[in-house]
Write a protein that binds this ligand. Structure first.
Ligand SMILES: Cc1ncc(C[n+]2csc(CCOP(=O)(O)OP(=O)(O)O)c2C)c(N)n1
Ligand SMILES: [Mg+2]
Length: 244
């Protein structure tokens, strides 16, 4: 992934995708796109192919609260409900679409999960910053889909720490309040899980330190690999474009 961000030939999209177009079929990651809502019909179509081929898979589509406002969302969800497709839609509701809060984009009395439920797809919602809750709800949904009971939709509430695009904090711009940010920061999913596991005795502080060190090493290696990898050759600029 990091090599892809650097535009290198060794990246998961051979350096052609950059940060917006990642794909890794080896692990079943069928692709991200820069178009808001763009992966919804693709993931729904993958669900249709799974149904037709009878393979034991489910298609999982991640979308934002803003993507719910795109036309393809309605078409895809309708088709999934009609055909009873093995698709799990996970909506990460972080209250914002770039700098626009939900209340300037959707009616205030709307509940996204209820709306999708009314269209005939079993729906649920939960705390997206609670790792254990997410695991349990997704497991239930996967069981439902694998049992041939059709698609499933889960809306998870969560929040974005940094700017929409880039590594910096942007609370100084004024589109959200520092108080709102700080209240959400108290619910950081990694911090919460760590303290829960320490409290329950599943981890001791030394385990956390070793994990942090191992993760830091892996990240540094990924950057070193990216930096030392070659760029694609200019003569290959048309490679992978419109392939059969
Ligand atoms: C079709 C389309 N319209 C607008 C944009 C610009 N844009 C990029 S991300 C984004 C916000 C998406 O919000 P949401 O779906 O809530 O996802 P989040 O970034 O909050 O996870 C917008 C409007 C785009 N990339 N594609
Ligand atoms: Mg959002």
């Amino acid at each position: 992934m990091i090599a892809e961000l650097f535009g290198k030939e060794t990246g998961c999209s051979s350096g052609r995708g950059g940060s917006m177009h990642l794909i890794d079929e080896r692990v079943g990651f069928m692709g991200s796109t820069s178009i808001v809502g763009g992966t919804i019909p693709i993931g729904t179509g993958l669900g249709f192919s799974i149904l037709r081929n009878g393979t034991p898979q489910i298609s999982c589509v991640y979308l934002g609260d803003g993507a719910v406002e795109e036309g393809v969302f309605y078409e895809s969800v309708n088709f999934a409900a009609l055909m009873q497709l093995p698709v799990l839609y996970i909506c990460e509701n972080n209250l914002y679409s770039v700098y626009s809060p939900l209340d300037v984009r959707q009616p205030s009395d709307r509940n996204i999960a209820h709306m999708v439920n009314a269209w005939g797809i079993k729906s649920d919602s939960g705390d997206g910053n609670n790792v254990v809750e997410v695991y349990k709800k997704v497991s239930l949904a996967a069981e439902h889909i694998r049992g041939g009971k059709g698609p499933y939709f889960i809306e998870f509430s969560t929040y974005r720490w940094r700017e929409h695009c880039g590594p910096n904090f942007d609370n100084d711009i004024g589109y959200r309040s520092v108080t709102e940010f700080e209240n959400w920061k108290k619910k950081d999913p990694i911090d919460l899980l760590e303290s829960q596991l320490l409290k329950q005795g599943y981890l001791v502080k030394q385990d956390v330190t070793s994990m942090d060190t191992a993760i830091q090493k892996e990240i540094e290696e990924a950057f070193e690999y990216a930096e030392s990898s070659p760029f694609p050759a200019s003569t290959d600029a048309g490679k992978y474009v419109y392939a059969d």
